[in-house]
Write a protein that binds this ligand. Structure first.
Ligand SMILES: Nc1ncnc2c1ncn2[C@@H]1O[C@H](COP(=O)(O)OP(=O)(O)OP(=O)(O)O)[C@@H](O)[C@H]1O
Ligand SMILES: [Mg+2]
Length: 379
């Protein structure tokens, strides 16, 4: 089978990764220089890909520096976080390695039970605690362990970091800040997508992490650079893509990385050697057909005003004046207050993306395919 060069899940190496050179350089320089960073962007722009690329670049160029990655999206409590960090450490330093042996010795004292990830076979650590003091001291010990376990620096990337604000324990942010700020060997990259939560955490003077990191706001890939990348990915595999087909894909997907990758991936999968605009359109239609059921289900559960609000955004592509008479009456949203409430509620549900700019706030449907579907099927 020919390998599809348009990756839609995870990171497959620099060969399949477009650009982000400036961002990579910045993050590598900061981490190697000893400062912590945060990476913030809307969903599916390419944060996790960038972080993986940064860690790979460090692995390849700085043999004395260690790297560690974990994604804490699925954690819902301090206990989960401790399990997650322990599992990440164990995956990085298997039991047979000297560090792994020491880590295992430490973790055994807390009497863990292990399960194994069904897909990867990696061990998952689960710990039971009797008190919150015990949890807190274990969290501290994990960081102290990592800090002291080798003489080489460690770049530790924690993805979906905003998740810690959802835990029932209210002091996790403060604990993490306290435990991480005195470490000597560990430099962090915190990445996350809920802009409001992430920026509040790092830029609000009353919050523990205030001023502790340099934030990198990840934007879209450059249209020309991404176009060249797509062209060459097809070209290198004996395929030809017409310029108008390329332009169509970039427009239709709004250069939102995941969606552009998905369309290119599906086009590549057809096996057709000459990619025309008609083929690109056909593939996009197929994607919308496949997703249709999910979108119809969403219509069942959303209040009608919110549904109309989404149709309005999709038809207009982006909207700045969500309370203007013309927008409200054209899409029968009700009143300015309803429109504002719909925007807030849909933003919370991550169905609407709100972007701040000098001219005010711009709103669009978060999921590009959903937006195209609404635009086509709803009136
Ligand atoms: N620079 C890039 N070049 C090529 N593909 C990329 C690039 N950045 C990301 N991708 C691909 O796009 C998809 C989405 O990227 P990724 O998962 O990194 O986004 P994310 O911002 O972390 O999303 P989420 O917020 O959902 O976690 C992935 O399949 C990834 O492989
Ligand atoms: Mg991600």
């Amino acid at each position: 089978m020919i390998e599809n060069p348009f990756v839609v899940k995870g990171y497959a190496g620099k060969e399949f990764f477009c650009d982000r050179e400036e961002e990579t350089r910045k993050l590598v320089t900061r981490a190697i220089g000893g400062s912590d960073s945060s990476v913030i962007s809307p969903r599916r722009f390419g944060k996790s890909g960038l972080v993986a690329h940064v860690l790979e670049t460090i692995d390849n160029n700085y043999p004395d520096v260690d790297t560690l990655y974990t994604d804490i999206y699925a954690t819902g409590s301090l206990n989960d976080l401790i399990d997650n960090l322990s599992s990440a450490i164990l995956a990085k330093y298997p039991e047979k390695t000297p560090i792994g042996k020491r880590f295992w010795g430490f973790i055994k004292t807390i009497r863990p039970y292990l399960t194994f990830d069904q897909l990867t076979g990696a061990p998952q650590v689960h710990l039971d605690f009797v008190s919150s003091a015990q949890k807190e001291s274990t969290l501290k010990s994990l960081f102290d362990f990592l800090d002291g376990c080798s003489r080489s620096p460690l770049v530790f990337a924690i993805d979906e970091f905003q998740q810690i604000t959802e835990y029932p324990e209210e002091n996790v942010e403060a604990l993490l800040r306290t435990y991480t700020q005195n470490l000597h060997n560990i430099h962090f990259i915190f990445s996350g997508s809920k802009r409001r939560l992430m920026t509040a955490m790092f830029n609000d003077a009353k919050r523990p992490f205030y001023g502790s990191v340099e934030s990198l706001f990840l934007g879209k890939l450059d249209r020309v650079v991404y176009g060249d990348f797509i062209n060459s990915m097809f070209g290198k595999r004996d395929r030809l893509i017409d310029m108008d087909a390329l332009d169509f894909i970039l427009d239709w997907t709004n250069i939102h990385t995941y969606y552009t990758q998905r369309v290119c991936h599906n086009i590549f999968d057809t096996g057709i050697k000459h990619v025309t605009i008609d083929l690109a359109r056909e593939v996009c239609n197929d994607i919308l057909d496949q997703e249709s059921f999910n979108y119809l289900q969403l219509r069942e559960i959303l209040p009608v005003q919110q549904w109309r609000f989404l149709i309005g955004l999709a038809k207009e592509e982006t909207v700045t004046q969500i309370t203007s008479n013309s927008f409200i009456s054209k899409y029968k949203i009700g009143s300015a207050a309803t429109s504002r409430l719909a925007a807030e509620s849909l933003e919370d549900k991550e169905l609407v993306l709100k972007t701040l700019s000098i001219d005010g706030s711009t709103y669009e449907v978060y999921d590009v395919f959903f937006s195209r579907w609404l635009e086509r099927h709803c009136s």
